[in-house]
Design a protein around this ligand. Structure first.
Ligand code: COA
Ligand code: AMP
Length: 647
């Protein structure tokens, strides 16, 4: 206790740090592990045991919630602000000190335990951006329960799929959330998901938000499920605070589902020890943030960015985290982000490029920025999708601080490539996520798994094993799926599913996915799962869903369908039904609106849908008519259908 919470890089700049992390990973990561308070400190960094990617800090035991809260209080920083909650949706502003947050977490951990939740049990958290989301996550961590946060924009069916996979005993939810213009009704969604799923859930705990009109918790009226429905406030009030339990470094902390190429999401498993060490290290070395600094990740706790950089990393580092319930525009205006930066003197802001594009569309001359003092801001970090050079230049010219693109995935949990401001700020290159973060040995491979030596040539981006601490431990419930999704394509490497190239200076340019995953407003979606939904419609014979260019969201999902012979449906009605079907089965997050109805889909002679050609035509790019095309006139039909839907 009382020791430095950050471990810095000893001497030298970026190159030396990266080389050391690869040539002496044991020393490098054991040194970083000293930034965490262990119950039993580890004596080695990585054990290459039976697990495909090894386990970090074998023998070490710790508690992540203790590291995020108790240790700061014990070090005399209990009065320091841990969490700032700012709701642009309700006008609520609350600040919780480390002592306040610890008190709430310990009590809610006791409440969870009173329902029978113990170490290793799963708890689903389906909440809006309110402090209870953070409390519930840390409470699970405190008693060794494994949380799985489900983003509020997913529908009941998606929630049910996650329930069936994670088999939670408890769901924590709220009586309502607020999206611009509507209330998100969580309770009917939970109720429906429970009826669709296999029945592992025995308790639902509801946070009553009576400040939201029409959302008072009427959970007593939901007897159709087998679960007991409890009120959060009652349970918290009567709970006995729970002490943190010591967990093995590789015990699971959470499961976070992400889209793969199939309709079934993958449950990414994160450990306790590797995660705490890596995130704590990243705060100082990637973001240059430490105790007392205000750090704001404008994302959602339902995504990995929210897990890592709204909840865990800033608190592990003893910083102040901002939990913002609102949008970059419209709540109330395009100055919302600058207002929050000004109000709380935010040092580092992290968001997705789509948020910046949304602000730019509404306020191209950054007039709203002039209304606020944002001089506290030392950097703007962006991730979640490629930062297009145009958006980079606009933000970089308009703000007084560096704009940093960094690349990562749900699977890695923290940045694979970045400009490491805490070690050495490198010159930025528009379109590049800069350089590999220490611990990540990034390679560009051809389809046979051979390194592509030629600089500037795109290939599959892979990471040589072992991955650094903090990255995925596996896929929940399936070693086989873990291996087949990530490890078998290129033996000895983790396959990222992204493509790109290095330039002569070692800067990485991530250009796009090699699979059917698309990125809509920084949200990862599987086109395969959207296609599965469209084919549920009785009139649909075949379909293809593609990610096409969108000026604000980066990509949007566009559906192309053919009808069964003899189907007589009005096209406008069918489009509305398909849009509603996706909303019902996947959720509003898919933002699915575009449907083009065709007589035939463009295909090769062997029956493969020409997705790339369709996308190029929709995006107005130049394209070559593939020599294998079954019938080139189908492309003319496609163009006619597209221009008819535009006019
Ligand atoms: N709960 C319930 N519904 C949600 C939701 C949530 N937490 N988040 C979004 N939705 C809904 C929205 O209300 C919208 O529904 P609608 O069809 O009824 O309008 C739909 O999902 C699509 O939302 P979104 O993709 O966010 O689009 P938008 O037009 O509402 O806003 C942006 C566009 C760019 C402003 C918004 O996407 C944004 O702020 N992005 C920030 C980036 C981000 O958080 N990325 C996460 C990874 S870093
Ligand atoms: P998610 O798991 O939802 O965070 O999505 C991860 C995917 O988003 C990556 O595999 C990339 O395809 C994309 N992505 C995230 N950050 C970047 C970035 N900085 N540059 C390019 N693509 C990115």
């Amino acid at each position: 206790m009382g020791k430095e919470t950050m471990s810095g890089i000893s001497g030298g700049g970026y190159q030396e740090a990266w080389r050391r992390s690869i040539s002496s990973p044991e020393d490098f990561w054991l040194e970083a592990a000293a930034g965490i308070d262990w119950v039993v400190p580890p004596t080695s960094a990585l054990a290459v045991d039976g697990k495909a990617t090894g386990s970090w800090f074998p023998g070490g035991t710790l508690n992540t919630s203790f590291n995020a809260l108790d240790r700061h209080v014990l070090a005399g920083r209990g009065a320091h602000t841990a969490l700032i909650y700012d709701s642009a949706m309700t006008g609520t502003r609350v600040q919780l000190s480390y002592l306040d947050l610890l008190g709430r977490v310990a009590k809610f951990a006791g409440a969870l335990r009173a329902t029978g939740v113990g170490t290793g049990d799963r708890v689903i958290i389906y909440l809006p951006m309110i402090p209870e989301a953070v409390v519930a996550m840390l409470a699970c961590a405190r008693i060794g329960a494994v949380h799985s946060v489900v983003f509020g924009g997913f529908a009941a069916t998606e929630l049910a799929v996650r329930i069936d996979d994670a088999r939670p005993s408890v769901i924590v939810t709220a009586s309502g959330g607020l999206e611009p213009g509507r209330t998100v009704e969580y309770l009917p969604l939970v109720e429906k998901a429970l009826t669709l799923s296999q029945g592992s859930v025995h308790t639902v705990i509801v946070r009553n938000r009576d400040s939201i009109p029409g959302s008072a918790a009427n959970y007593q009226d939901r007897p159709d499920t087998d679960a007991v429905w409890l009120d959060w406030a009652d349970e918290e009030a009567k709970a006995t605070p729970a002490a943190p339990v010591a967990l093995h470094s590789d015990d699971p902390l959470y499961i976070l589902y992400t889209s793969g190429t199939t309709g079934k999401p993958k449950g990414i498993i994160r450990d306790n020890g590797g995660h705490a060490v890596a995130l704590n290290w990243s705060m100082r070395n990637v973001y240059n943030v430490g105790p007392g600094d205000v750090y704001w990740a404008a994302s959602d706790v339902g995504w990995v960015v929210g897990h890592s950089y709204i909840v865990y990393a800033p608190l592990l580092a003893g910083a102040t985290t901002v939990l913002y319930e609102g949008k970059p525009i419209g709540t109330p205006d395009a100055g919302a982000f600058w207002r929050v930066v000004d109000d709380y003197k935010v040092k580092v802001l992290f968001t997705a490029p789509t948020a910046i594009r949304a602000i730019r569309r509404v306020d191209p001359d950054l007039l709203e920025l002039e209304q606020h003092d944002v001089s506290s801001l030392t950097s703007l970090f962006l991730a979640g999708e490629r930062l297009d050079p145009e958006t980079f230049h606009w933000a970089n010219n308009g703000l007084h601080c560096p704009v940093i693109d960094h690349w990562w995935q749900t699977e890695t949990g923290w940045a694979i490539c970045a400009n490491l401001l805490g070690i050495e700020e490198l010159p930025t290159k528009p379109g590049s996520a800069t350089v590999p973060v220490p611990g990540y040995d990034v390679a560009i491979l051809d389809s046979a798994g051979r390194p592509i030596e030629k600089i500037g040539t795109d290939g599959n981006i892979a990471i040589r094993l072992p991955l650094p601490p903090g990255t995925l431990l596996g896929v929940w419930g399936s070693e086989e799926r873990f291996a087949s999704s990530y490890l078998t394509a290129f033996p000895g490497y983790y396959a990222t599913g992204d493509s790109g190239h290095f330039d002569a200076d070692g800067y990485l340019f991530v250009m796009g996915r090699t699979d059917d995953v698309i990125n809509v407003a920084g949200h990862r979606l599987s086109t395969g799962s959207l296609e599965e939904v469209l084919t549920l419609h009785p009139a649909v014979a075949e379909c293809a869903v593609l990610g096409v260019h969108d000026p604000v969201k980066g990509q949007r999902a566009a559906g192309f369908v053919t009808l069964k012979a003899g189907s007589r449906v009005d096209h406008t009605v069918l489009t509305a039904e398909l849009v509603a079907l996706v909303r019902e089965h996947v959720g509003p997050v898919a933002a699915f609106r575009d449907v083009t109805i065709l007589d035939r889909l463009p295909k090769t002679r062997s029956g493969k849908i020409l997705r790339k050609t369709i996308r190029q035509i929709v995006d107005g790019e130049e394209y070559l008519v593939p020599p294998t095309i079954e019938d080139p006139t189908v492309l003319d039909d496609l163009k006619r259908a597209l221009s008819a839907s535009v006019s």
